[in-house]
Structures are given as structure tokens and as C-alpha cells.
Design a binder for this molecule. Sequence first.
Ligand code: GDP
Length: 430
Amino acid sequence: MPFHVIVGGQRGDEGKGRFVDLIAPDYTVVARGNGGANAGHTVAPESMNPIALHQIPSGIVHPHILNIIGNGVFVDPIKLTNEINSLISAGIDVSTKNLVISSSAHLVMPHHLSLDLLRENSQNAQGSTKSGIAFVAGDKYTREGYRMESVYFPKELYAKALELLIDVNSNFQTDLKRTEQELENEVKVWLKATENLKPYIQDTVDLINQRLLNGENILGEGAQAFWLDISHGMYPYVTSSSTTVTGLLDGLGISPKSVSKVSMVIKAIKSHVGGGPFVTEITDEQIAQNIRGEFGQTDSEYGATTKRPRRLGYLDLVEIRKAIQLNGVDELYLTKLDHVPRFGDTFKIATEYILDGKNIVYAPSSANLLSKCTPIYREFTSWKEDISHIRKYSELPHQAREFIEFIEKELGIPIKKIGVGPERNSVIER
Ligand code: GDP
């Protein structure tokens, strides 16, 4: 049964969305199964301005594809309603014909956002996107959460949401405390948004499995990436969902036997948003800024959700190897080959780490251990030419081909698609 999965192999923002958007026409369904409004996927179809998607799968730009927000996604109803409306204003058709939401997806409630804000304003700040994800995920696992299906009981949902918000509000400092009237209004706006989403709600597990039984091709779009995985990432600098292929299967209700292909997206420049160890980080801010590009450009290195400048570094095969080990990867898609010359005359690739005096080739799944690792690099001569117009592999400068072939040899996985610009078709197929 043809279920093709695309996941991120680094720390997010690899460019998963652009590949989902590119290959989506070969599928009838594109499904998201993890993360929530904390995710950000940018797609850049030729005929329109680039679009940043957060909760809606990246197949939405193609009118005939069904987009599923699966049971593993944390749904923020206000942000989702805004996302739907902004897509419609951009001329993209969004209706119950091409978007459905799982009745089992957990709802981000007003108090989750307040709890996130409280923590981010405190000494325990984690640098979250303030989307309430850690708190909605917490409620899911303590079995105190509310799912999309609760929308059918609006009175009870309203009363509970207000009670929880009043409780959390009492923890804010006096100047940030809201009045009871303000809290009621907040919950009413939220409830209205949940009601807007009612027509989209379905048992998506049943739907997706019916489609698989019909022999349809389904594309699973992973959000965030391996190193942000709650179990296998660099805990505690992780997200609150499972970002592996297994996580996506659980977040969509699909059997592992249905997986036909796993593609992992990696970016030629490693990036990270927020705190935590970064073994190959470029600490010279001038070089980092040169690689990052100007704020506001489609492909500059600023968070699609938070707009924070991303920390940048050299390509790190030690981390990617670990991501491959746990995901069972068939092929790699590489992005931002066009930005490699921004490193200067030479660039480096980390092939091993030294940890406690020993050489290791698989990065440890622990922030504590990662912070003790030092990289071993291979250095390469860069190229100067602009490669963004190139569509044939053989036409790339020989240094760029050496870069690609070195990665393939080290990782033992073929690189099948290479991004040379942010636009949908700026891709070299191999
Ligand atoms: P995602 O969350 O993995 O989908 O990645 P994001 O959309 O957050 O970030 C990837 C960014 O890189 C987006 O701004 C893309 O437009 C841009 N991008 C993707 N592939 C390429 C590429 O090959 N070259 C360039 N220059 N930009 C790219």
C-alpha cells in the first residue's frame, strides 16, 4: 500500500514543505500527523507569492488533493481559522472538499497559550514558539485534554475552557492579569473558532485507511525534524511530539506495513532555532549573517513561525546518520545547495565527533552528551558560480557534485532531489 513519508533529518526548516508541494500532484492525499501551529512550511508556487503554512498540509495549493490534519496534530482553532482565511484571500480554494481535521486531534485551549506565555516570561523559559504545544501535549498524556470531537458539546467546552483559563490567569503578575470579562471574551472568540471548524471534522483514521485500501497514493508530511523528537532528539531542547516516521504513523493511524517509501530532507546548511547544543555552529556572527540572508527574503534563515534569526552551522553528517538509523530512509532530498558558496572559499562537513576521547559516527540523543562533542571535519573547496538556474546534475560545478557524492558515500543513501532555490521548480532531479 503506497504511503510515502517525508521527514526532516536535522532540526527543522530543512525545506520539507517545498518538496511536499512539488510532488503532491502524484498523490490524492497529503496528511500531517504531528506538531501544530509551532510548525512552519514555506511553499513557493510560480504564480503566487510564497505561502507560509503552519497547520495545513503543504498539498493545499493543488486544488484536487485532499489535505488531512491527523489525530497527532495539536489544533489551534483560532490560528487555523486565520490560516484558512488567508489562503482563501490568496486565491487558494479551501473547503471541506480538500481539507479535513481528525475528530481525535487535541485542541489547543486558551489556558495552554497562557501557560506557555507564563513560562516564557519566567526564568524557566525554553524559547518555545508560544503556541501552547508543550501544555496541550501534557494534557493529552495526563488524559485531561479536549479533542476536536468536544466541539459537539459547546456549552461544556466553554465552561471548562473558561474555568481553566481563570485558574491560569491567577498566576499572572498584576499588570498582565486579565479581567473576568476579558477572559470570557477570549474564550468566546476561541469557541467561535472551534465552531467554524466543525464542518471539517471527520474520523480521519477511517478515511485514510479507506483511501489506502482503494490503492490511492498518500503522502505523509512530517513536521519539525528528527533532532526535535520528544524521545530521540536532544532532550530537553525538543518539541512535544514524535517527529519520526513512527510518530507520523501513530499521528495518522496508519499501519507500518503501508509505508512504501521514506524520504528524508536535509539542508546543506545546518540551522537551529532556540537553545541547546550545536556541535558545528558558526560562532562568527558576521559569517553567520552572510549565510542567513536578509530578513524578509523567502529563503533567508529566520523562523517561519517566530521570525527569530536561526543559528547556523556546517553540515553535520553525525547527526544525520542517527536520524537515518531510526527512520529507515530510502532516499534523501537536499536543499540550499545554492547557498553553500556563502560559507566562503571553503566549506566543511562534519563526519565524526570526539566524545570523551573516542571517535563516534552516530550523534548521541542527549543534549548533555552533545554539548561535550567536538566535530571532526572534512574541508572542501567551494564554487563561485550561481547554480540556481541549473536543472541538470551534470551541469553543476564539479565541486558541487563532489559535495553531493561525498554525502551519499558517507551516509550510504542516494540524494534524489536537490534544491537550488526556493521556487517550486528550482530542483535538480536525479
Ligand atoms: P520546512 O519547515 O522543512 O518545510 O522548511 P521551511 O519552509 O521552514 O524552511 C525552508 C526555507 O528554505 C523556506 O524559506 C524555503 O523557501 C527555502 N528553501 C527550501 N529549499 C531551498 C533551496 O533549495 N534553496 C533556497 N535558496 N531556499 C530553499
